[in-house]
Write a protein that binds this ligand. Sequence first.
Ligand code: IVH
Length: 703
Amino acid sequence: MSIQEQKLKLNQPVALDIMTQAEAERRVSELIHQIEYHNYRYYVLDDPQVTDAEYDALYQELKAIEGKFPELVSPDSPTQRVSIGEIVSEFPKVRHEVPMLSLSNVFNPQELAEWSVRAAKYLDRKGEYDYEYTIEPKIDGLSVALLYKNGVLVRGATRGDGITGDDITVNLKTLKSVPRKLRPADDGEELPEVLEVRGEVYIPISAFEKLNKELAERGEKLFANPRNSAAGSLRQKDSGITARRPLNIYLYTLAQKKGGPEIKTQWEALKYFERLGFRVAPNIKLCATQEEAVAAVQNWIDRRDSLDFEIDGAVIKINDFATQDKLGFVGRDPRWATAYKFPPREAVTRLNNIQWVNIRRTGTINPLAMLEPVNIGGTTVKSATLFNVDMIERLGLRIGDPVLVKRAGDVIPNVVKVMEERRTGTETPVVLPTVCPACGAPTTRREDESGDKDPRIYCTNTPYDCPGQMRDWIAFFGAVRGVDGMGEKIAHRLFDEGLVKDYADIYFLKKEQLLGLERFGEKLTDKLLSQIEASKQRPLANLLMALGIPQVGEKSAEMLANHFHSLEKVMVAAPETISGIKGMGLIAANKIVEFFGNPQNRAVVQKIIEVGVRVADPIEEDGGAKPFAGKTFVLTGTLVNYGRKQAEELLKKRGATIGSSVSKNTDVVIAGPEAGSKLTKAQQLGLTVIDEAGFTRLLEENP
Ligand code: IVH
């Protein structure tokens, strides 16, 4: 059985305070195994089997045990992955034992055919130009080499000049899709003594967008494109930063292998990588003829826009390793592989104007580049994001400038640079807005602590007086509350059409109102309303985050919810109480108090409370009712409507102890159909026995 198929059994953990060293050791290894497995499901297969909360519980348990038994912390532990921010001043150099080569290029089917003929000639294969080929996407990221000795990751390096690269092991170890330890397969397949694999590290396009948005909101420098963001993240001197970046990897090269199974082809290598727990790009094809290869390349061209990673071509490789060896290299390029390059999705066009339309709930006014319409890879591009003033200054933009615009995936294009040599001299400086285009209030630029100019321009009004800020606040609220179907466009429309004046109003929306809007059919309306309704029940932490209180993100919202358990308590908390919570600072505490001190905020929050949104979390540890405290329950047989674990949990929550066998100390036996000897014994002892219906009733009577 391979790692993908392993079933995980969840043993009942022993409570930490009574755990022996041996039990701790066993549990740690169990937890590591499970966490690695779930990492694999999540990061490699993109098919998680547990919720985030369940994953966190495993992780926290492991951290807790390691905290109590520090001698059990192994460098392979997942807790060590988010490395405590190792800082290096310079990366040591690494010499690649097997050079990291580049690829020749072809640009059309004709050139691909010629490449194939050249290879055949070299092999002296007369008239027989068809080999087996693999067709892989050419991922636009950074190539890295990973070296494993006896299954342990010992070194990770950049390509550098192909001969010497940088040792970035600490950074690569922070990638969840880079196994630190290869797992021996259950079917006895041996791990190689030495294994060097290579692949491309990249940042998914959606994650790049999100990252830049976050950087922009914090007023930090932005990345020009996904590739730059991957490069910048991977080459961080502080691996703590790398760990927070959404880096990922796809493997494509087997560079060295001593021991382990025999791998004779590229196709087998790719399958082998998957068995070892690595990620391999989707949709790789094994083709028997040139025609099939060309069709597979065309398929990548067609799908390019729908992918969440940037590709700049497809890579065609002759499948058989023995044939590859015979073909060898010309200079730096292998004769057995070539890159079928796709047209770059960039174009030079003119910056006609900058519009300051994009206003955020925090008051920032963001620029949008209005371009002379230009066709880039089949799409007409009319505008591009500029994120903030800093970007304008960094690019040195002037109105009328010839600019290079690049499109990645399906997202809004970026202005990459000014083509200075093509300037005509008629370009004019960018004028920053002095008033907010949404409400007319004066704008301001703040300074940060170091006296540097904040790269953002702010509206000086509050969201209650600036429609630009309020409509974004509503969109933010909907997004955090997880209201599907209330994306930015819809949220803005609801505001612009006057259906909602603040975020609480979404809970007062009526079906007739929505049906009155253009393009709002019955189906869309019902879906939106049911999504909004469902969002009412999200936990308190989610609500706290959705309110958009300055300084309160996901983590601090969690902390507040765990401490106060109710919105009302947060609203009246003193700053000292809040800053007394571990992990909460005084600045955030003051912001929270200030937020709830504002009568306008209070009025909106009051509406939320009145409309029946969940504003409190049940107190789990001790405060809840424990009607079954001191009672022992035994379950036997199968229940139709409850899983065994679930039934036990429901009882435990009410204070019950669960017994494994029936004795005179048992208080209640719950017997489903097919109950066996336990039921007989309970009857002999004259114990209370109830069936599933009785169990349900009991739960209802003791909520
Ligand atoms: S094979 C000798 N396969 O493209 C074989 N490279 O232009 C060289 N790349 O440096 C690598 N996807 O960074 C290969 N599926 C893929 C690839 C790929 C992206 C990059 C890699 C390499 C560059 C060569």
